[in-house]
Design a protein around this ligand. Structure first.
Ligand code: GLN
Length: 531
């Protein structure tokens, strides 16, 4: 089958959940047996989201091939189980960089380089992915930002051109918002009409409209939108608020979103897939009512900053037949005096990843408290490093133990930088990034959690490492290095076997949890927390 392209744009307001809709479309087409990928085009100038403060843009998601991307790629992977790559996350900055590098190289033979056609051609090239020869049936392209933004105009122009070029092989899905005015007790479609007009003004006629709404839209309302916006009634789909984002795919399937896309493209619709495993998961989700309270000890008081960790905990809880109640605990506010109070009632804690010294002492205090009180603790990346430092200070007796990230003058750099990293001066894209192998020590808790596998692969995003000079001392004192990178001999997992669940991972397991395959470490952690 020739590759088909689906473009997903958004209008009226941001945060409509374009990522969830794109992921849902991906899931539904996948359920019909198609090979699908989903990519995100962001209009900002940063080369990638790696250097963005989580307050700006939420978590940075890392692909297996070591690229720092937008958190929407996390949704794509969790929904579909596909592995995205560096080709799935493109920004205006990357587009310009490619074009400018080419210009400096002399590739344009003296031409004046312009937004149209040079930038738009580069956008089109990346949207099409033709030279990658990946054999996808569907490529779904989500464009960040809102219609009408100055910076997304070149992306819209590229879509307009591709629409023309690809004919029926391209479909445009546009998301808008239908506000409910309480005083008038009315749902308003005018913003949608305006948003579609704006798209039409750029030469793009949407094929399908997904209306985000907090209240149910009746057929008359959908009819009105259909006739004002030149779309078929069956192509006006509503996306009501649902108790969970994971309900969205089946809700979209119920309204025939995937069938509408296929009809537009001209491929036979066939039977509606049963999506058994997904529905089983939803049943489990609905039935899991017993709550387990988990603390997220971190410094970003923002839902999206620890998105993949939150979702991993939610998914693992559902498969453990419990419902995760996640409590953010600001590590900047944790002191020796208040730690017991701050962590009261929590069945377990996750010590979160991060960069920079803000809030690290609070994480160390939390790690000490949960270690000495035998409360299940999961340290991820910086969180693992904090567990290691805490252990050095309070068990090994090295009171000045620290990471070279925070104290270059410490006598006990239990977390240190790898030699290769020391000469790097750039910030972006220069860490240990992406999937690396890890060999598990037989008989360890981690080995057990992974179902007794010996060689696993997990994604990384950090500069600093456990300092192997101290390995023997740690092991002798009870903290074991149970996961080792076979190529570089780097410590990937530490655990204290005599504790209920005290494990730190240098890698980020949260990036590889999916709806149908919850991550084994999160499964094991929640399994212990619920006891
Ligand atoms: N700041 C630490 C490092 O660079 C940890 C990074 C992280 O938590 N992702 O090693």
């Amino acid at each position: 089958m020739e590759t088909k392209y689906i473009f997903v744009t958004g209008g009226v307001v941001s945060s409509l959940g374009k990522g969830i809709i794109s992921a849902s479309i991906g899931k539904l087409l996948q359920a019909r047996g198609y090979k699908v990928t989903i990519q995100k085009f962001d209009p900002y100038i940063n080369i990638d989201p790696g250097t963005l403060n989580p307050y700006e843009h939420g978590e940075c998601y890392v692909t297996a091939d070591g690229f720092e991307t937008d958190l929407d790629l996390g949704h794509y992977e969790r929904f579909t189980g596909i592995h995205t790559t560096r080709n799935n996350s493109i920004t205006t900055g990357r587009i310009y960089k490619t074009v400018i590098d080419r210009e400096r190289h002399g590739d344009y033979l003296g031409k004046t380089i312009q937004v149209v056609p040079h930038i738009t051609d580069e956008i089109k090239r990346r949207m099409l992915r033709q030279e990658l020869n990946e054999g996808f049936d569907f490529i779904i392209t989500e464009v960040g930002g809102t219609i009408g933004d100055i910076e997304s105009a070149p992306f819209m122009e590229a879509i307009r051109q591709l629409r023309y070029q690809l004919g029926r092989n391209a479909v445009c899905v546009h998301l808008t918002y239908v506000p409910y005015l309480k005083a008038a007790d009315e749902l308003k479609t005018k913003p949608t009409q305006h948003s579609v007009k704006e798209l039409q003004g750029m030469g793009i006629q949407p094929d399908i409209l997904v209306l985000r709404t907090e209240q149910h839209l009746d057929d008359a309302m959908r009819m009105k939108v259909a006739s004002f916006c030149n779309v078929d009634l069956e192509c006006v789909v509503q996306s009501e608020d649902l108790p969970s984002i994971y309900e969205v795919p089946v809700n979209m399937q119920h309204q025939g979103l995937d069938a509408a896309i296929m009809r537009k493209i001209g491929i036979p619709v066939g039977e509606t897939p049963a999506m058994k495993p997904w529905r089983n998961f939803l049943d489990k989700q609905r039935n899991a009512t017993r709550e387990v309270h988990i603390g997220l000890v971190g410094k970003y008081d923002l839902q999206d900053a620890y998105k993949s960790i939150r979702e991993s905990l939610n998914l693992a809880s559902i498969y453990n037949d419990v419902k995760a109640r996640l409590h953010f605990v600001n590590s900047e506010e944790i002191t020796k005096q208040n730690v017991a109070e701050k962590l009261k009632g929590l069945a377990g804690i996750v010590v979160c990843p991060g960069f920079g010294s803000r809030g690290i002492e609070g994480k160390i205090i939390a790690a000490e408290y949960t270690r000495t009180n035998n409360i299940p603790t999961f340290g991820i990346c910086l969180g693992m490093q904090m567990m290691v430092i805490e252990f050095a200070r309070n068990v090994l007796g090295y009171t000045d133990a620290n990471s070279m990230e925070f104290a270059t003058n410490t006598q006990h750099p239990v977390i240190d930088m790898m030699e290769e990293q020391k000469t790097i001066t750039e910030m972006g894209g220069t860490m240990r990034l992406g999937a690396y192998e890890c060999e598990l020590v037989k008989g360890s808790r981690a080995y057990e959690a992974y179902g007794e596998e010996t060689l696993i692969k997990e994604r990384h995003r950090h500069r600093y490492e456990f300092n192997n000079q101290y390995q023997e001392e740690y092991e002798a004192a009870g903290m074991k290095c149970v996961g080792i990178n076979p190529d570089a001999n780097l410590v990937e997992i530490v655990e204290i076997p005599e504790k209920r669940w005290y494990i730190g991972t240098q890698f980020h397991p949260e990036y590889s949890s999916t709806v149908l395959n919850p991550h084994p470490l999160f499964m094991s952690f929640i399994g212990e927390c619920k006891n």
